[in-house]
Design a protein around this ligand. Structure first.
Ligand code: SF4
Ligand code: FE
Length: 480
């Protein structure tokens, strides 16, 4: 298993093509926009070497019997699924932001069971190829980005009906050596500091969309791959100063990018689906369920930090004992534990797939994510209510440290007497950072937009059974 420093070293060796703010980045490990995200992933490596967290952050490879970082593991039991959620909450409590590595973790697990069942049904040999890739990831302790979301162009049209065929990643040609793919993936969490991207279809495909039914592994620095880094709320603050960033070490959410695939060659041994449109639905649904499972863990952990921050600020403001403040904090705790409870429940109710790898209860996983898309806003609303208006009006760090006016900032931003104004400003900035925009949008749309969960919830609800229950009780049916 690598350490965080070894992970960062391994990134330096990549020849990755990343643009940010209109410029090509020479060294991703030194760029102020990217550093916080890299620090967050580095922690997923360092925690695996910490005896206190070893049980959560490491696992035993079912391929080799060796100790591996859990982020490269295939779930072998419901205990593994539960440990995943506990690990995510624990790490999020330490980063206060997204640590990105779960997307590839979920892609590995979704591909594992889907390639197995695809081979059983169709006589293909994708699973063996995938096992070789998985071994490579485990042995080298790599970060994979889960590259699922396509740009989608006109949402009313199927992939093959789009006027621009590149709105969904597709196979342009195949030869004896491999395939050539073209298109793009959007909202790619952590991709610019990942080693590999696991490309998967974003929707269930039909026969006409056969060329779009493609899954494969591509190094993030492969020829023809271009990453264009996205902006976040207040990201210019990363270009200078520390206090104004709120969380200078780990940033806000995961650092997303638009990744363009301009005729990228993928050798056959890295291709895990090429035209088997019948299995796209299974792959999409399993990946989505694994990723939705996570959100009561990671957003639970992040929200623990928000609760701690508002409780601290309430103390600094001298209102910690006010009953309405305590009640609002209680409500925030209740919301967080409800999210966490859902993630634990969908893990405890997990089942083995035909491959032997465990999958979460997909209904409950979708419910968790649906709740996250609402509760995180409510937690943020309560945080804003408790924190007060200063999170939106504070002067800059430079004013705080200014020779002439700094004394006024300190004097008039002091709350209770014993606490320096700088502490009050620091914690207010943290709340602003964690609740001020980008993080909420990520909670809404990360792991799929709310409507995607509602489709799954209704599809799995067995409404006919519920109707029969009612019809039996009121005497319409004699049995149910
Ligand atoms: Fe992991 Fe959460 Fe970030 Fe998704 S949003 S990659 S689950 S930390
Ligand atoms: Fe996410």
């Amino acid at each position: 298993m690598k350490t965080g420093a070894e992970y960062i070293d391994s990134l330096r060796k990549l020849k990755i093509n990343v643009y940010a703010l209109g410029e090509k980045i020479e060294d991703i490990t030194e760029h102020p926009l990217l550093k916080p995200h890299i620090n967050a992933v580095a922690l997923t490596y360092d925690l695996a070497h910490n005896p206190q967290f070893e049980d959560l952050v490491t696992a035993t490879s079912h391929l080799t019997g060796k100790k591996i970082n859990r982020f490269t593991h295939i779930h072998q039991s419901t205990e593994d699924l539960i440990k995943k959620v506990k690990m995510l909450r624990m790490i999020a409590q330490r980063t206060g932001s997204c640590f990105q590595r779960c997307v590839g973790f979920d892609a590995l697990n979704a591909l594992y069971s889907t390639t197995y069942e695809m081979d059983q049904a169709l006589g293909t040999n994708y699973h063996q190829r995938f096992l070789k890739f998985l071994l490579y990831v485990q042995e080298n302790d790599l970060v994979s980005a889960g590259s699922m979301t396509d740009p989608k162009g006109d949402r009313g049209l199927r992939p093959s009906q789009q006027p621009d065929p590149d709105q969904y990643v597709h196979i342009v040609s195949t030869n004896d050596d491999g395939i050539i793919i073209k298109g793009a993936k959007v909202h790619q969490t952590g991709i610019v500091n990942s080693h590999e991207m696991l490309i998967m279809p974003t929707v269930a495909m039909s026969e006409q969309d056969r060329d779009y039914a493609v899954a494969c592994a591509v190094p993030t620095d492969a020829p023809g791959v271009i990453h264009i880094f996205g902006r976040q709320t207040n990201d210019e603050r990363k270009l200078g100063g520390e206090i104004d960033q709120g969380n200078a070490r780990y940033g806000i959410v995961g650092g997303e990018a638009l990744t363009v695939l301009e005729n990228v060659f993928v050798p056959w041994d890295r291709v895990f689906m090429a035209g088997e449109y019948q299995f796209t639905g299974m792959l999409v649904e399993r990946f989505a369920a694994y990723h939705r499972q996570n959100y009561g863990g990671c957003k639970g952990g992040v929200s623990d930090v928000v609760i701690g921050a508002v409780a601290t600020l309430a103390e600094y403001n001298g209102v910690a004992k006010a009953s309405h403040i305590r009640d609002k904090i209680t409500e925030m705790i209740h919301l967080v534990e409800t999210l966490y409870g859902g993630s634990i429940a969908c893990s405890a109710e997990g089942r083995p797939t035909k491959s032997g790898a465990y999958l979460v209860d997909t209904m409950l996983a979708n419910v968790v994510k649906q709740n996250v898309s609402r509760y995180i806003y409510e937690i943020g609303r309560l945080a804003h209510d408790i924190a007060g208006g200063l999170i939106a009006t504070l002067p800059a760090e430079k004013d705080l440290h200014h020779q002439e006016i700094g004394k006024y900032v300190k004097k008039y931003f002091t709350g209770v007497d014993q606490v320096p104004a700088e502490y009050r400003i620091r914690v207010a900035r943290l709340i602003e950072n964690m609740t001020g925009g980008t993080a909420q949008v990520e909670s809404m749309h990360g792991a799929g937009s709310p409507q995607a969960q509602r489709v799954m919830i209704l599809r799995q609800a067995n409404l006919e059974h519920k109707k029969k229950l009612a019809q039996y009780l009121c005497g319409i049916l004699n049995e149910c």
